[in-house]
Design a protein around this ligand. Sequence first.
Ligand SMILES: NC(=O)c1ccc[n+]([C@@H]2O[C@H](COP(=O)([O-])OP(=O)(O)OC[C@H]3O[C@@H](n4cnc5c(N)ncnc54)[C@H](O)[C@@H]3O)[C@@H](O)[C@H]2O)c1
Ligand SMILES: [Zn+2]
Ligand SMILES: [Zn+2]
Length: 375
Amino acid sequence: MSYEGKAAILSEAGKDAEIVDITIDNPGPNEVLVKLVASGVCHTDLTVKVLNGNGMKFPIVLGHEGAGIVEAVGEGVTHLKPGDPVVIAYRAPCEVCPACRRGDPRHCYAALRPGLRIRRKSDGAYCSQVLRCGTFATRTVVHAKAAIKMPEEMPLEKACLIACGVVTGVGATMNTTKVWPGASVAVVGCGGVGLSVIQGAKIAHAKQIIAVDINDTKLQWARDFGATHTVNAREVGGDPVATVRNLVTDQWPGYEGGVDFAFEATGRMACIEQAVRMVNYNGTAVTIGFPASTDEVTLSVGNIDTGVYWNKVNLTVSHCGDALPSTDFPLLAQLYLQGQLDLDRMVTQEIELGDVEAAFHMMEAGNVIRSVIRY
Ligand SMILES: NC(=O)c1ccc[n+]([C@@H]2O[C@H](COP(=O)([O-])OP(=O)(O)OC[C@H]3O[C@@H](n4cnc5c(N)ncnc54)[C@H](O)[C@@H]3O)[C@@H](O)[C@H]2O)c1
Ligand SMILES: [Zn+2]
Ligand SMILES: [Zn+2]
């Protein structure tokens, strides 16, 4: 048996996403077929388009921030059944790589993926799925361990945001780093990911949360989500580092301190360099934005105040908030249900599948936190 559906796909480099009919094969062993209820539009989907597929084989089903209802399960799947509400994870640990074998699944080298199950109906061509998900589709097939069961009371049109933007941002403060109560935090880039970093820092009881963006609407939203200070980088000549450092209240005499943690969530190389210069002695700079394969950053090592050596900077990367989806997704759902994590205001607009390109344009214009496709 096979299933029918519709998907937003990239058919070739340089083309816009188009809505096409798809045929979905039965889920294979250890796979599940999910009927999607909602999918957030993350900047990474736009980046995959801008980077002409970023190495993926065309046609490509976009989308990786999805939630839905299990419709069919493959052989060997016992933990899920048709009707279960799930959020789809793009980094479900493989259980066999060196990191998984030594008991560190958050740093799994590879993620579990389904076989090729989605075909373009017009010519039968098998489709790749962005980040093994492909949620800009009415139905998709994912690895069963990548489908994380949600509590029945969790609204899936909000829960979908947990899959990428929210777990990435909150996870960067809980897993990649451990923001401590009383810490000072800077967040460069206040889109869906950066605002989630701000929410994570607030949940961790950071004392100062300094939000940086180039868009005043984003900075207002940053305040709404818990930023204590905002800096428009454009108003300080494009380099917000000195302004951020001056805002830090916990200063040591004779030492121009910075923040304990600086998170870059823009995908702009200049902002990585800025985050590195924002931190205090032994501080941690976290880069989250998605780079192009040619992107490079030049860092000062020897500058006496902010150089990586003298300031003893820890520079790290966050992939999906170093999440363990099977524990972190239910935790984030619980934080939402308890009123500690705001997903409602993260949804700027609900759209239809055919509005994906318009949603990309709005994202580029900086008018949305998240557009959420409702199926
Ligand atoms: N590492 C991961 O696991 C992961 C997960 C999700 C998204 N991402 C990446 O994270 C980045 C952010 O994603 P998003 O969905 O929040 O995007 P977004 O477009 O919603 O937000 C980006 C924000 O950066 C701001 N910005 C742009 N240039 C800036 C500058 N010079 N200084 C300060 N702010 C600036 C924009 O105004 C915008 O508010 C993207 O590159 C995305 O691909 C990475
Ligand atoms: Zn692994
Ligand atoms: Zn994403």
